[in-house]
Design a binder for this molecule. Structure first.
Ligand code: H79
Length: 456
């Protein structure tokens, strides 16, 4: 796919080599409750060979734009959010018995992968182990894993095979924080406990990186209670790269420094000098939460995706399957709606460039090269207007049908007219606007230069 030479994504790639050193304690200071992590040590991180190799490794990821996050584990049996074990202080023996009822149906992973494909998602990231400590893969390090409990199968293997069968990239989420491991809390103060816990963790990561072929994403989470030095994260990452030379990984095992991409959680916020991916839920829980009915609408989800696309980031959107692996119908419906839209309007999202125009209350803009996509999510009726579009417009059409659209343009207003009274498409109707140069909007020219009345 041809790419604009001055695109944001290209710029990020060029910056790749240097950003690790430039990234400082600012990132640590920006942590919120949503954004787990140990306090950062303020020593600088030296750019490594992996930093210099970043552009190559990240290319597919930038183009992918949209991924599926999957939170699935014993908490899915409870159906009261993935933090239920801590939030309800459930005793260990009681929690462990949930494994008896964690019984995935055959073919669950194929259903996820087909759903991701229909949704227009290009990669998947599964919780191989969440904070609860239960492992979904066949690990030699603990009996607390799906193959050695009632499930009796390596669920990670089924997931990997299903994702590949649909042509999707494969990602592993891995929580460093572990509520089940006997040393998982003591590791902070007790050097012997730390040694055991760090060795356990490195061994698990090695299994994940060796047993399942090529893995595309490693998504670390919550490094409490250790910092990057105590985790021996540099050594761990080198081990990962030596086994998976093409992998990309986030920055949550390195005090939010380094890593290939930043991970704003439950919010969209472009990182200054690095790639980023917003991860978000469809309701307000990551793990299955039967009573959580705070579903976002397909329109909210699409607007979020468009905002990520406009600002140069990826969107990792979560599902929380039930213990049998089935996906809540509300989630399926939202994903299918967004996917049907993407099937017709994909060029407005995939492989797009940073987009300067933003001002509209009924549209989200995206851009590729000299094409401005006006994604109208609140349909205004027979005319739609952009203020202060400085770049001359050459032509306009409905993206999904190719139908030509009439327009007139002056310095203040670009007016698209003769539009249908009702929105032709849902959750947005996209007008593809061919401009004579990279589209630029000046929001202030309207206020300062628009002719004013001669008398007050
Ligand atoms: O997996 C999903 C959430 O369960 C997880 N990240 C997403 C992707 C998440 N884990 N924690 N949080 C969100 C909130 C963060 C809490 C913490 Fe802490 C603050 C972890 C570290 C600092 C409280 C204090 C818990 C441990 C220490």
């Amino acid at each position: 796919m041809p790419r604009d030479p001055i695109s944001r994504r290209s710029t990020i790639k060029l910056l790749g080599a240097g950003f690790a050193a430039a990234s400082t304690a600012t990132h640590a200071a920006a942590q919120s409750v949503d954004e787990p992590d140990a306090p950062a040590k303020k020593d600088a991180v030296q750019p490594s060979a992996r930093d210099r190799d970043r552009a190559r490794r990240m290319q597919w990821w930038h183009e992918a734009q949209f991924g599926m996050f999957i939170h699935w584990g014993l908490y899915s049996v409870l159906g009261r959010h993935e933090w239920a074990m801590e939030n309800e202080a459930i005793p260990y023996p009681e929690y462990e018995r949930l494994a008896d009822r964690f019984l995935p149906k055959p073919g669950f992973a194929r259903e996820w992968a087909r759903l991701a494909k229909r949704a227009g998602q290009r990669y998947m990231v599964l919780t191989t182990k969440h904070h609860e400590g239960f492992c979904l893969w066949d690990t030699k390090t603990t009996k607390y894993c799906a193959p050695r409990q009632a499930a009796g199968r390596d669920l990670v293997r089924e997931y990997v095979e299903a994702a590949r069968a649909e042509g999707l990239r494969v990602g592993f989420y891995y929580s460093l924080m572990d509520w089940h491991h006997p040393d998982g809390a003591a590791a902070d103060k007790d050097p012997a406990a730390r040694r055991r816990f760090v060795d356990y963790t490195h061994a698990q990561v090695r299994e994940l990186m060796t047993g399942y072929g090529k893995i595309d994403v490693l998504w670390w989470d919550v490094q409490w209670p250790l910092d990057r030095h105590e985790w021996e994260s540099d050594r761990m990452n080198e081990m990962v790269f030596s086994l998976q030379p093409d992998i990309v990984m986030n920055n949550r095992n390195t005090d939010r420094q380094g890593g290939d991409f930043a991970t704003p959680e439950q919010r969209i916020e472009a990182a200054e000098d690095r790639a980023w991916e917003s991860c978000m839920t469809l309701n307000s829980s990551w793990g299955y939460h039967a009573a959580d009915d705070a579903w976002k609408t397909p329109k909210e989800i699409l607007r979020n995706l468009l905002q990520c696309s406009r600002e140069g980031g990826n969107y990792l959107l979560n599902i929380g399957p039930r213990p049998d692996g089935s996906v809540p119908e509300e989630s399926v419906k939202i994903l299918e709606t967004v996917g049907a839209w993407l099937a017709k309007n994909g060029p407005a999202v995939y492989g797009t460039d940073l987009c300067q125009p933003t001002r509209s209350r009924y549209s989200s803009f995206t851009r590729k090269g000299n094409t401005l996509y006006m994604n109208v999510h609140f349909w205004p009726g027979d005319t739609a207007v952009i203020c202060g579009l400085l770049t001359p417009v050459k032509s306009a059409r409905l993206l999904s049908t190719g139908q030509k659209i009439d327009f007139r343009q002056d310095r203040m207003r670009t007016v698209f007219s003769g539009l249908p009274a009702q929105a032709p498409d849902f959750p947005a109707t996209t007008i593809a606007i061919e401009c004579d140069g990279e589209p630029q909007q000046d929001q202030y020219v309207v206020r300062t230069e628009r002719p004013r009345p001669e008398t007050a």
